[in-house]
Design a binder for this molecule. Structure first.
Ligand code: BGC
Length: 747
């Protein structure tokens, strides 16, 4: 799209448009017909404050539906549902006069300790990209702009304002950028928000490579880049790098600095024009996309929030079918825990929403069952009367047929602004669980927390465990629906649950210090790490039980053209149980032999499927080039050879796999005069040539010589030219001749 020429504005007016009027608005220039625009958080509800308020979620905002947070939405693995939530968010934003909603948060969950993981979708970039794109499509369908955040490598809260993420390009390309890339290329967000941190020593707000070369030149981003709130240090450097709008207002400081830089000849006015044009064109485009704002149906949105919370709830364990509880038959249900009466359903910080209403799990359980239900608080977070509360709860559980404990992290444990220090539930909750389990036959745990916990003791003592995450304002209702079988647990883990903090991939490198954090685990994030090093986990990526049973069969992988890096995968999923339910069929690809080390397998496709009892569906997945590629020093590359396509219900519950062979012309071992024998042998055409040369040398010497076994091992790190030289030949000239004989593409 070409941007319209900016209206005839003075330099001062243009500079004024490049930073906010206050915390939430852009500046208006009435004489040039440029209206003010409103930006608001995001991501799981609209947080519209009046201009005098804060951006850290401390003060009140207009009521809006608090949908499930990113952790719960990510766990739905359901792009259609996420889009539906996006539509609802867009409608509420429109009705409140919001032009740009600040979300989705698609940073990768690098460590479970990140205090803001509840806002993010996944530890996997493919998964986060698919769902992030759905969120953007939904919101923007209402003429409200989305803002992908936080670009890039903002994976912790500790020192987030100044820490430098030290991360190599392959890791950025394979892990931290693809979700942004997919959302940009597939859903065209109106804006991208740069993060606070530095990336390899340069603030994201001044990072030309990130903001201009990758985002715009490579991915074709056509909206404007907005800063995270207060992320700009030098407005002129930021503009040059590709930032367009600085938020919030810095008063007259930034506009004055921009004007002065242009007047001093340090900043080309065309750079100012470019940013103004991007901002105005994006807002104009949004205007043409939105119809009249409608009054949102808040009842319907609450019902959607309830459905989405159940769809994102992960049933981690369910011994002997403890869940669902029978709503009619059976004796007393004991409900224990303050979260059952005062739910924790969202996290702290800028995403904090003022909900339109809040479902209370205890009330909802009572509404859905004919069985007697009694409640005890069980624990309190200030622990003043801890012993008495626990005794009362244990006595109640001892009289009950089933006990449901609502456990979770206290509000002060996870929020924007700081990271967690450990992965444990409060000791008082664990002690209570142990006592209750000793006295009651059926013990169910319902969890409210935004990031992964080490749940070993919980799984051990409870018959069933449901992870609700921070499930939004209707999560109490959704929990009741799940417990009593009105809904089924649709969630699958979008983050591995480790056994111990020490097992997590970034353990030795998180959170670094004030200067830098080394992404030393490289591409081995989440299951890519656990599965490659075969480390035991509490629950793998993709795991989640259902109330019914699913089977996969009939896996077929079709490669129409082995030189084209594409494949079509078909598999049949059947609900073999006796009740309806949903599952997530997951497709992983492995590249067992590659020039670079690669993770054991990587998610490249998934489908959420709802089936009636006995129903089957044939699924088709199209794998494109990226499904096979890694980032090499030559860019994206898939090497010739074997790939394994696996389908299953988690990264560790693989039900079927097929090997395919791709006969690709390109190889990382692009050959030069310095290439080693190993690199020649790994190369499809070069390998044939060198095998011939080594074979001839062996024949001349009358034995296996260098062509196999220990002889080959000894020379494989030599360059071919050196090998020739050692045999008294003009190595360089001979290799140049061979290279010239290979076609250009094959070299
Ligand atoms: C957060 C952003 C948020 C912004 C505006 C920042 O502190 O990092 O996610 O959108 O504030 O509230």
């Amino acid at each position: 799209m070409t941007h319209p020429a900016p209206a005839p504005l003075t330099l001062e007016q243009k500079a004024a448009l490049l930073s906010g009027a206050d915390l939430w608005h852009t500046r208006a220039i009435p004489e040039a017909d440029v209206p003010t625009r409103t930006l608001a958080d995001g991501p799981h509800g609209v947080r519209l404050q009046d201009a005098s308020q804060d951006h850290l979620g401390i003060y009140a905002s207009a009521p809006a539906t608090a949908f499930p947070t990113g952790a719960a939405l990510g766990s739905t693995w359901d792009p259609d549902l996420v889009e539906e939530v996006g539509v609802a968010l867009g409608r509420e934003a429109r009705a409140l006069g919001v032009d740009v909603l600040l979300g989705p948060g698609i940073n990768i969950k690098r460590s479970p300790l990140c205090g803001r993981n509840f806002e993010y979708l996944s530890e996997d970039p493919f998964h986060a990209g698919v769902l992030g794109a759905s969120w953007v499509r939904g919101v923007q369908s209402q003429g409200v702009g989305a803002s992908l955040k936080h670009y890039a490598a903002n994976n912790q809260e500790t020192e987030r304002l100044r820490v430098s993420a030290e991360v190599d390009e392959r890791t950025l390309r394979e892990i931290y950028l693809p979700a942004f890339e997919r959302a940009v290329t597939e859903a065209a967000p109106a804006t991208v928000m740069c993060s606070y941190n530095k990336v390899n020593g340069t603030f994201a707000s001044e990072h030309h490579w990130l903001l201009s070369e990758v985002l715009r030149d490579e991915w074709g981003f056509d909206g404007y880049v907005v800063s995270d709130w207060g992320a700009v240090h030098d407005p002129v450097a930021a503009l040059r790098a590709g930032l367009d709008l600085e938020m919030p207002s810095t008063g007259e400081a930034s506009p004055a600095a921009i004007v002065a830089a242009v007047q001093a000849g340090e900043l080309d006015e065309a750079v100012v024009d470019r940013a103004v044009a991007r901002i105005l064109a994006t807002h104009d485009r949004l205007d043409t996309q939105c119809g009249e704002a409608e009054v949102p149906d808040l009842d319907a949105h609450h019902a959607l929030a309830r459905r989405a919370a159940a769809a994102g709830a992960v049933l981690l364990s369910n011994r002997d079918g403890a869940l669902p509880l029978d709503p009619i038959d059976g004796g007393l249900i004991a409900v224990i825990g303050g979260f059952a009466t005062a739910p924790r359903f969202q996290g702290g910080g800028s995403s904090h929403v003022n909900p339109t209403r809040v479902d209370v799990a205890l009330d909802e359980i009572r509404r859905l069952t004919a069985r007697p239900v009694e409640h005890a608080a069980g624990f309190s977070h200030d622990a003043a009367d801890g012993e008495a509360l626990a005794d009362e709860a244990v006595a109640l559980a001892a009289r009950a047929d089933a006990t449901v404990l609502f456990l979770g992290l206290p509000e002060e444990d996870e929020s924007e602004g700081f990271d967690r220090a450990h992965l444990d539930l409060p000791p008082a909750q664990l002690a209570l669980l142990e006592r209750v389990a000793a006295d009651c036959d059926t013990v169910i745990v319902v969890l409210s927390n935004g990031g992964a916990l080490a749940l070993g003791p919980v799984i051990q003592h409870a018959d069933a465990v449901v992870e609700m995450w921070l499930g939004g304002q209707a999560s109490g209702g959704a929990a009741a629906d799940l417990l009593l079988g009105v809904a089924e647990p649709g969630g699958r883990l979008a983050e591995t649950l480790p056994l111990r903090l020490e097992d997590t991939p970034a353990f030795l490198n998180f959170p670094g210090d004030r200067d830098g954090v080394l992404y030393g685990e490289r591409v081995y994030v989440g299951y890519r790490w656990y599965d490659t090093v075969e480390r035991a986990v509490l629950a793998p990526f993709g795991h989640g039980l259902s109330y019914t049973i699913f089977e996969l069969d009939g896996l077929e992988v079709e490669v129409p053209d082995p030189t084209a890096t594409r494949a079509t995968v078909r598999v049949t999923v059947t609900n073999t149980g006796d009740r309806p339910g949903s599952t997530v069929v997951q497709l992983y690809v492995s590249d067992p032999v590659a020039t670079l080390d690669r993770p054991a397998s990587e998610l490249k496709g998934f489908a959420k499927v709802t089936l009636a009892a006995g129903e089957s569906r044939r699924l088709t997945f199209e794998l494109d080039e990226r499904a096979f590629q890694f980032w090499s020093r030559h860019g994206w590359l898939a090497e010739a050879g074997e790939f394994v396509v696996r389908v299953g219900m988690s990264s560790r519950d693989i039900r079927a796999e097929r090997s395919i062979a791709l006969d690709l012309p390109a190889s990382l071992a692009s050959l030069t005069v310095d290439s080693t024998i190993t690199e020649w042998l790994a190369h499809p055409q070069g390998g044939v040539v060198v095998q011939g040369i080594l074979g001839a040398m062996a024949a001349n010497s009358g034995g296996a010589g260098l062509s196999e076994g220990p002889g080959l091992r000894m020379v494989e790190q030599l360059s071919l030219s050196r090998l020739f030289q050692l045999a008294g030949r003009d190595g360089k000239a001979e290799v140049e001749r061979i290279l010239a004989g290979l076609t250009v593409g094959a070299r």
